[in-house]
Design a protein around this ligand. Sequence first.
Ligand SMILES: CC(C)(COP(=O)(O)OP(=O)(O)OC[C@H]1O[C@@H](n2cnc3c(N)ncnc32)[C@H](O)[C@@H]1OP(=O)(O)O)[C@@H](O)C(=O)NCCC(=O)NCCS
Length: 159
Amino acid sequence: MPRELSTERLTLRPFMPDDVDWHLGLLGERDAPAPTRAENEAAVLHASSAWTDGGIAPYVVTVTRGAQAVGYCGLIVGRATSDAPGIAYELFRRDHGNGYATEAATAVVAAAGTGRARLWSTVRAWNVPSLNVLAKLQFSQDHSTFDDRGELIWLKREL
Ligand SMILES: CC(C)(COP(=O)(O)OP(=O)(O)OC[C@H]1O[C@@H](n2cnc3c(N)ncnc32)[C@H](O)[C@@H]1OP(=O)(O)O)[C@@H](O)C(=O)NCCC(=O)NCCS
């Protein structure tokens, strides 16, 4: 993947070690126990080192005009594989509803096409905004799995 992607309004750049503070704030908005600062530091360092090593890693999404991080978006291995990775995104609540996730993820899907046959995404069945983003990106539902948190929908996008 290129180190940086630009869209009309957004710049997507690699994670850096000093992205810990805003990332901690973002994950603190989840309706789930937030990871500790140490876990956050490890996650940010992992994403930042993956960029250095040429691995699979999400981008930090910033509004180009302000340069402030609005969240992250990019490829992850996650529940998928490095050959056919997953796409993930998460934005601060204050930045929802502006089309940023769709705009960022569209750029990621376009850049991911080189050398990959497909992308996956796994989404909880209740997560309508995320399912809407994936529908706009032409992901289609493949199958569901179930765990103690309920239904997890697997969607795929042929590239
Ligand atoms: C999922 C997420 C990244 C979407 O970000 P976003 O920038 O607001 O998304 P977009 O504006 O590009 O598109 C969201 C779409 O869902 C729609 N939507 C938003 N909330 C909705 C709701 N409660 N019910 C139905 N549709 C909804 C929007 O109208 C939009 O569709 P449209 O363009 O057809 O109007 C954001 O909600 C988020 O960070 N959620 C928490 C983390 C998360 O769930 N990540 C995904 C894990 S799989």
